[in-house]
Each structure stands twice: as structure tokens, then as C-alpha cells.
Design a protein around this ligand. Structure first.
Ligand SMILES: NCc1[nH]cc(CCC(=O)O)c1CC(=O)O
Length: 322
């Protein structure tokens, strides 16, 4: 008998966005996988997503989840690619049928950073004068900064990191807020003027971590990518994502988090704020890290009892009207 053994596919196809940050992240994953599995080939395929194409509309107004991920997901479902590398914070908490979040990598500093125009280089958030124009496209950053610094002005900003920094340097803004992680990964850590403390601004769910998505029924790929999983980051992000999933209602909303693990206990802080920053609800839960998702759900319910749903409903209505 001469059975043909169909061996595992030797080439693994990785989907990625084309932005410089996406490529740095994807190439890192490619390199790590290549080191672990020298007998395979790992090939990167770049794709444009809606989020890369629509650059003239505020993110909050587009409201569509999966703006930066959908085309990559279609690639996997059509078997053109086997896995996709995402900034975890851009990956919706509910994935399309047939796809799974197979791996969460070790997190960089998840905090936000203040980047200032040269003329403000002797200032910090606390000392920026009234009327200073801050660029951000994130309702979460907007609401929290308005809460603490009601005298500052805020203006929407879009585009990839390089575009945003160019707009700042040109003088369209006095300062902008960006993720520490993105700047560091691009080798632009020197642009970080101030790392914003969690007491002022809680970060986005999943910020600073990479999420690797693949087909649910592809155990081979799942096994490959699991070698890059970082247990602590994964538990923290499962808690954060469960919190967001339980609270959110269909568009970008001002929700922030902070997590820590100590002695296998996970502490999750979450907040929901109104767009004007006047109302801000914040609470903390702690429990076993192995029950990460339960903790996220518990915190979402606590915040809802404190009035979070009312704030969120108002925001959905406001965004739809504007
Ligand atoms: N929304 C855009 C985005 N998605 C991921 C990052 C980089 C940080 C990360 O990996 O969490 C950024 C830029 C930013 O928020 O400044």
C-alpha cells in the first residue's frame, strides 16, 4: 500500500496592514515564529483596511467596529492567509464566526503619552496654558483629559503615527496624545514628552499588546502561535476585553482600563466618562487571575449600577446626531 501522506503546509501566510507600525509588529511576529519553527516559511501579505482608507472622518463617527481588521479577517476566512497580527486594541471584542484570538503577546507599556510642539517643551499637562490645542481622535483620551484639564481645547486628528507627528510639527496642534507603545515600537520613544499616569488617563482595552487571530478550526496554526503567548498579558487583556464586551453598545466610547497581576491576583480598574468629562465613573475589582473574564464582567455590572449605561446611551445619541 502506498498511502500519500499530505504533510502540514510548509508555508504559513501572515496578513498585515500596511502602516509602518503594523509592519514592524508583523515582522516581529514573523521573526519569532521563524526562530521557533525553522522548517517552515512565514510569508507576510499586506492589505489595506477601511481604517487606512477613510482618513477624513472622525473615528467616533464611523463607529464601525473592525475598521482596522475586517479585510484581514476576510483573507483568513477565504484561506488566502492563515493568521493576522493586530494591535490588540484595534481588534473588536466579538470576532466573526470561524475566527479566534489565538495568542496575546507580551505587552509594552500600555500608557498614553503627551507629545508636544517645540514651543511647549518646557511644559507638562499640568502647566499647559488655557486654550492649548490638543490633538486626539480618541473619545477616551478626550473625556479623561477634559475631566482633569477643562481649560484645554481638543481637536480631532487622524492618520498614521507619522502623519500625526507631522501635523503637530507643522503647528496644527500644540500637543497630541499617542500610545507609548506605538512610538517605542517605531523607534520614536524620544518623542515621548510625558507618560500620562493612570490617575489622569486610563489606557484603552488591549493597548500595548499584539493579538494574533486565526481560524478557529485550525489547530496547527493555533499551536504555532501559542508559543508567543504571554500568560500575564493574556489574563489582563481577557479581563479588559470582557469588561468592554459587557459594557459597549456599538461604537467607539470613552472607556478606559488599567490592570495589574500580583501573586496570581488580577486587579482591574475601569472607567466610563461622558464626552464633556463632567461625569466620570471609576471602580476597581480584584480576584484570581484565572478568573479574568469573570472579573471583567463583574466590573462592567458594577459600573452599570453606578450609572454607566445612562452615560453610554447619551453618547450613542450624541454621536449619531453630530
Ligand atoms: N488607534 C490606533 C493605534 N492602534 C494601536 C496603536 C499603538 C499602540 C498599541 O499597540 O496599543 C495606535 C496608535 C495610538 O493609539 O497612538
Amino acid at each position: 500500500m502506498n498511502a500519500t501522506v499530505s504533510g502540514p503546509p510548509l508555508t504559513v501566510h501572515i496578513g498585515s496592514r500596511k502602516s509602518q507600525l503594523a509592519l514592524v509588529q508583523t515582522h516581529w511576529v514573523q521573526e519569532q515564529l521563524q526562530k521557533h519553527f525553522p522548517d517552515r516559511r512565514f510569508e507576510v501579505h499586506t492589505m489595506s483596511t477601511q481604517g487606512d482608507i477613510i482618513l477624513d472622518v472622525a473615528l467616533a463617527k464611523i463607529g464601525d467596529k473592525g475598521l482596522f481588521t475586517k479585510e484581514l479577517e476576510v483573507g483568513m476566512l477565504q484561506r488566502e492567509t492563515d493568521l493576522a497580527v493586530h494591535s490588540l486594541k484595534d481588534l473588536p471584542t466579538n470576532l466573526p464566526e470561524g475566527l479566534i484570538l489565538g495568542c496575546i503577546t507580551a505587552r509594552e507599556n500600555p500608557a498614553d503619552a503627551l507629545v508636544v510642539h517645540e514651543k511647549h517643551k518646557d511644559k507638562q499637562l499640568d502647566t499647559l496654558p488655557p486654550g492649548t490645542v490638543i490633538g486626539t481622535s480618541s473619545l477616551r483620551r478626550l473625556a479623561q483629559l477634559r475631566h482633569h484639564y477643562p481649560h484645554l481645547e481638543f481637536k480631532d486628528i487622524r492618520g498614521n503615527l507619522n502623519t500625526r507627528l507631522a501635523k503637530l510639527d507643522e503647528g496644527q496642534y500644540d500637543a497630541i496624545i499617542l500610545a507609548v507603545a506605538g512610538l517605542q515600537r517605531l523607534g520614536m520613544g524620544d518623542r515621548i514628552h510625558q507618560v500620562i499616569a493612570p490617575e489622569i488617563s486610563l489606557h484603552a482595552v488591549g493597548q500595548g499588546a499584539l493579538g494574533i487571530e486565526c481560524r478557529t478550526n485550525d489547530p496547527e496554526i493555533l499551536e504555532l502561535i501559542k508559543v508567543l503567548e504571554h500568560w500575564e498579558t493574556a489574563q489582563r487583556c481577557y479581563a479588559e476585553r470582557a469588561f468592554l464586551r459587557r459594557l459597549e453598545g456599538g461604537c467607539q466610547v470613552p472607556i478606559g482600563v488599567n490592570t495589574q497581576i500580583q501573586d496570581n491576583n488580577l486587579t482591574l480598574t475601569g472607567m466610563v466618562a461622558s464626552l464633556d468629562g463632567k461625569r466620570l465613573l471609576k471602580e476597581t475589582v480584584t480576584g484570581p487571575a484565572t478568573e479574568a473574564e469573570q472579573l471583567g464582567i463583574q466590573l462592567a455590572e458594577t459600573l452599570r449600577q453606578m450609572g454607566a449605561q445612562e452615560i453610554l446611551n447619551e453618547i450613542f445619541a450624541q454621536i449619531q446626531r453630530s
